[in-house]
Design a binder for this molecule. Structure first.
Ligand SMILES: [Zn+2]
Length: 307
């Protein structure tokens, strides 16, 4: 992940570029009309002549020019309309009119800044759940797999009202744990909930970014993770553990989400013993707290439920 603020700058620069190039394209298209081009040129001259008239205190001239300008604009509008354009579309239309897609009003962050932060923090990572094809029960083999599938469907339908908020999916690669977690996450997202599906690698990168941010931005970045209705951490254990970063922030993230009574899913190739060995014991006890979590262990074609 490139530097966070650099990405933020690029984000705004791209927005401005888009608005400006669209305006330039529209103007070039309009100026292909000879009469419009004439009017457009004359309007530029009028601007200049108006400035001179003002300096010379020549009110009569200024009024004449204003009248001419209005007539020309009216004619230009008609031409533009016939080309399915508007005068507004000839100047940049910024996504945020307030700051002109700079992110700042003077030295203060604009109201669009938080949205931009969130987009960059979590929008560029994670899985796009809208494209996730639904798992079909008929395609599942093994009694326990069907059982787990049905359990998860029930969870998705009842979400967020379930006694056990958390699911831990354990098992080796290719056993279908991520597929099932993604399927449930997509179903919950489709119901309109804010679902974040991240790999542990991406999550770890966010923790590292978090380390390098200004206080105000940091809180916002973490709040996107803390406040998601459902957070899925995929492939826990695949990331590199930075002792003062990974465990520290993971623990605080899990604790905050527990306090808010929000659901978290974790998938991992590791066994519960390996998770205990790799992370803080407090992380382990949060993940495997029987009152809050159900563990589904996938092995080969089958899976085991510990609920
Ligand atoms: Zn703005």
């Amino acid at each position: 992940m490139a530097n966070f603020y650099q990405k933020l700058n690029e984000y705004y620069r791209d927005l401005r570029f888009k608005a400006q190039s669209e305006a330039a394209e529209n103007l070039a298209r309009a100026r292909k009309n000879e009469r419009f081009k004439e009017i457009d040129n004359r309007l530029s001259d009028i601007e200049r002549e108006q400035a001179f008239a003002e300096i010379a205190n020549d009110n009569k001239k200024a009024e004449e020019l204003e009248k001419e300008k209005q007539n020309l604009n009216a004619e230009a509008d008609k031409i533009l309309k016939s080309m399915h354009l508007t005068r507004r579309a000839l100047s940049p239309v910024y996504a945020c009119e307030k700051c002109g897609d700079t992110g700042f009003m003077g030295s203060k962050p604009c109201s669009c800044y938080k949205t931009a932060l969130k987009k960059i923090a979590v929008g560029t990572v994670g899985v796009n759940l809208t494209d996730t094809p639904a798992v079909k029960e008929s395609e599942l083999t093994g009694e326990n797999k069907v059982k787990a599938y049905r359990l998860m469907q029930k969870f998705a339908d009842k979400f967020p009202d379930a006694k056990r908020k958390n699911f831990i999916f354990l098992g080796t690669t290719g056993t279908g744990k991520t597929m099932l977690a993604k399927d449930v996450a997509a179903k919950i997202a489709k119901r309109g909930y804010n679902v974040l599906f991240l790999s542990s690698f991406e999550l770890n990168n966010i923790f590292l970014e978090y380390h390098s941010l200004f206080d105000a931005d940091r809180n916002f970045l973490m709040s996107a993770l803390i406040e998601a209705d459902l957070l899925v951490i995929d492939d826990l254990g695949a990331e590199q553990v930075y002792r003062n970063v990974t465990s520290h922030y993971l623990l605080s993230l899990l604790s905050e989400r527990e306090l808010k009574n929000l659901s978290t899913f974790v998938t991992s190739n590791l066994s519960s013993e390996e998770i205990l060995a790799r992370y803080d014991e407090r992380i382990f006890s949060r993940l495997f707290d029987k009152r809050l979590s159900a563990v589904i262990t996938f092995s080969g074609k089958d899976m085991r439920l510990e609920t």
